[in-house]
Design a protein around this ligand. Sequence first.
Ligand SMILES: Cc1cc2nc3c(=O)[nH]c(=O)nc-3n(C[C@H](O)[C@H](O)[C@H](O)COP(=O)(O)OP(=O)(O)OC[C@H]3O[C@@H](n4cnc5c(N)ncnc54)[C@H](O)[C@@H]3O)c2cc1C
Length: 455
Amino acid sequence: MMLHPINHAPTVIIVGAGSAGLTLAWKLAAREVRVLVVEKSPRETLGRTWVNGVEERLFADVGLPRPAAPLRFAERERFIIQAPGGSRLVVHKPAVAEIDMRHLSTALFAQARLAGAKFRFRTKATRLRVRDGSVTGVVLRAADGTEEELGARCVVHAAGHRPLPGTAALGDAAPGGEVDPSDFCVALQEVYAISDPAAARRHLLAQHLEPGDSLSRIGVRGGYAISNISIDVEKGEVAFLTGAMLKQGPQAARQMLDEARHALDFVGPRLFGGGGLIPVRRPHDKLIAPGYALLGDAACQVYPAHGSGVATGMRAALLLANTLVGALRSSDPLDEEALWPYAALFMRSRGALCAAAEVTRRFAESLSPADSDALIERGLLEPAMSQAVLACLPFRPPLHRLPALLWRVLGSGEFGWRLLRALRRAAAQERHYRRFPATYSPQEFHYWAERARRG
Ligand SMILES: Cc1cc2nc3c(=O)[nH]c(=O)nc-3n(C[C@H](O)[C@H](O)[C@H](O)COP(=O)(O)OP(=O)(O)OC[C@H]3O[C@@H](n4cnc5c(N)ncnc54)[C@H](O)[C@@H]3O)c2cc1C
């Protein structure tokens, strides 16, 4: 194997061309930062191969037009949540766009390339290069086995939840870490052709569903597990999404999807799809180190209540781009102080909502099938709440509604108290994240992290 010396160093190397890394590349290149994105997959297979629900308002915030087909996979009129006993809650016009991730990646790639970002596909970052406590570059391996060491003022790990090899050389300054297996959700999303449209229509009628509905069955295998189905007879497609905590078994999502699919007599050949693990925990405490930042799944920037990482990672990319543009001008080297605004801005905003949603996820895991029904039947879960949760927005019920809500919670016995405790813990965690240290202070950060760990 050849080891080439550093050549034509970019200013920022982004490892991973997922939605988070591509957004960062676009936003940095647009502000004339020399960016190189390294991606282990070929250009032709860029992006996740399935459909994700992404908050509708993200697109304007990031600077993309309102998504249309084929980027938008479907328009949903109703999102129906159904508990194991059959109780249903209907969310009208969910503020979430169903996005074909292959097209989102293509759109983001085009923007980044147009802005001047450079790309190396079929190239894997095999190790971080660390000197004197700072990340100074990466070791890359091309598809033909050639190795190259490349330096940059900042390396961004946007390559998924696994830490990059070499991180340990940062010692106590190392950000992130391994995700505990109990914090993984295993998910699968697949789209199939409809082989018998008449049978599909009969099924919709029998299930009291309308075209454009998405049916989300909750509590199918443990409280957090979901099995969603959306039938589009006009388009001739049926989409499935299943997810469960990894402790339900690595095959849980596959099994649930196959069960849902085999229960229908109109499902034809598979068209596309894919699956994997989602880190459904609060964001890592430490997002940066000298010359280094974590982004997207690498930072656990996922909304744990429903495992949504796309919008969270893309929003974080905007914050990181702003921080980097300023820091690259004013700080050399890029130490923790220089990169801290990214961490502080993220943790105090979306990070706080994610931390609260981790508490919600743990509560959901504890739900029995009867509890899931009680949530809907007793009006503890309302359409407005579900709409907020779907769109990753904080739910603040209007003051005049609070007494009635509290009455319902207290009238639900032991289950109501459990819910109340979870809501209180979620609110406390959100408040704590909103007090993330505004400037870099190792001691202040240490106390903050200790308290965050206790939850
Ligand atoms: C089935 C399923 C359904 C989901 N549904 C939703 C949803 O509805 N809404 C939502 O918001 N989120 C959803 N998620 C989660 C979401 O897909 C992820 O959170 C999001 O895609 C993470 O984006 P990312 O850019 O951080 O990482 P990724 O998309 O994982 O991108 C990382 C990239 O890095 C590359 N890479 C990895 N290692 C290296 C290396 N060493 N060197 C170079 N390149 C490397 C990979 O090839 C990949 O292209 C779902 C996940 C699954 C599995």
